[in-house]
Design a protein around this ligand. Structure first.
Ligand code: ZN
Length: 335
């Protein structure tokens, strides 16, 4: 639970019984996301500030304890509950529903408490039964992989198959974007990052070329550029290196407020700049791709018990060492 910038605690809070239409899940693993790290370090993500104690976590998997499904069923949790009634929801763009609840988010007040808990109660329609054979430790990547798949789709239908694609930022989302691009048939995947360790992981999950940002030229034009670093520098690189008439997708979380970027290039080079926020149906695609053996294992670099959450968060912030850090909350208690 984060109480403010730099103030992360592991606490006992009272539980409750699941109500009608709810499922009680014993959480096995939780993935630490860049947004969790922002809440921890800054007390905010972009324009969403922590105004009351917030349980973090929206990348969670576990086993059913009660509520409609067989006890012990392995499940992934879709973290979003869109309103279902607004114009966005009615036009199948539920990921941008302004009233959506999202696990572990300070976007609304009161905040929606998150999934880094031993026992999580969620509406049944957020629960997805995992395919047999998919390990919970792998399935926990379904949420960030969904973000990556949505980012690739935001480039447009068939925009990447057979194409050269630039990805700026090789954090967990950038790496999962690489895996999603590979699966979507991209011919060349060029990845830039400031650090060697994440670039080595990028090569493992399918990058055809890796580049240390600022020290090497990213080379030929890309048809599509996907900005996954959440930095103004990354956005600049994308706008400068995408082909004329090309598409730039912003999936990295930029800081709140204004971001300086070379906007004139949008006009003179007739670029398309598109945002990618969360995901919707992509969650089911992500589970299917993981069950199908999408090679993403190298992305999980560390696993810590819940009691060492603070250590996990501190390490996850060191991009020269860590990529995806997991909290082992109950572990896989099948046996
Ligand atoms: Zn809505």
């Amino acid at each position: 639970m984060v109480h403010g910038a730099g103030d992360l605690r592991v606490e006992e809070v009272a539980g409750r019984e699941p109500g009608p239409g709810e499922v009680l899940v014993r959480v096995a693993y939780g993935g630490v996301c860049g947004s969790d790290l922002h809440y921890f370090h800054d007390g905010a993500v972009g324009d969403f500030a922590v105004r009351e104690p917030l349980v973090l976590g929206h990348e969670v998997v576990g086993r059913v304890s009660a509520g409609g499904l067989a006890v012990g069923t392995a499940v992934g949790i879709h973290p979003a509950t869109p309103c279902g009634a607004c114009q966005e929801c009615r036009s199948d763009r539920r990921n941008i529903c302004a009233s959506s609840n999202y696990l572990g988010s300070a976007a609304h007040y009161p905040h929606i408490q998150g999934g880094f808990v031993e026992e999580l109660i969620v509406p049944a329609n957020q629960v997805r039964v995992l395919p047999a054979g998919l390990e919970l430790r792998t399935a926990v990547l379904a949420e960030p992989l969904s973000v990556a798949i949505h980012a690739v789709r935001q480039a447009g239908d068939d925009a990447v198959a057979g194409k050269r694609v630039l990805v700026t930022g090789a954090g967990p989302i950038g790496l999962l974007v690489v895996a999603a691009l590979r699966k979507s048939g991209a011919a060349e995947i060029v990845v830039t990052d400031l650090h060697e360790a994440p670039l080595a992981l990028a090569a493992e999950v399918g990058a055809t070329r890796t580049i240390r940002a600022g020290t090497q030229d990213p080379g030929d034009w890309a048809e599509v550029a996907i900005e996954a670093s959440g930095t103004a520098g990354g956005l600049r690189t994308c706008l400068e290196r995408v082909r004329r008439g090309g598409t730039v997708v912003q999936v990295g979380s930029l800081p709140g407020g204004d971001t300086a970027f070379p906007g004139s290039l949008l006009m003179t080079r007739e670029l398309r700049l598109v945002g990618a926020f969360r995901f919707d149906h992509e969650f089911d695609t992500a589970i299917a791709w993981l069950a199908d053996g999408l090679p993403v294992e190298p992305i999980v670099t560390h696993v810590f018990p819940l009691a060492e959450a603070r250590k996990a968060f501190e390490l996850a912030g060191d991009r020269t060492i860590a990529s995806k850090v997991l909290l082992e909350i109950s572990g896989d208690t099948r046996s």
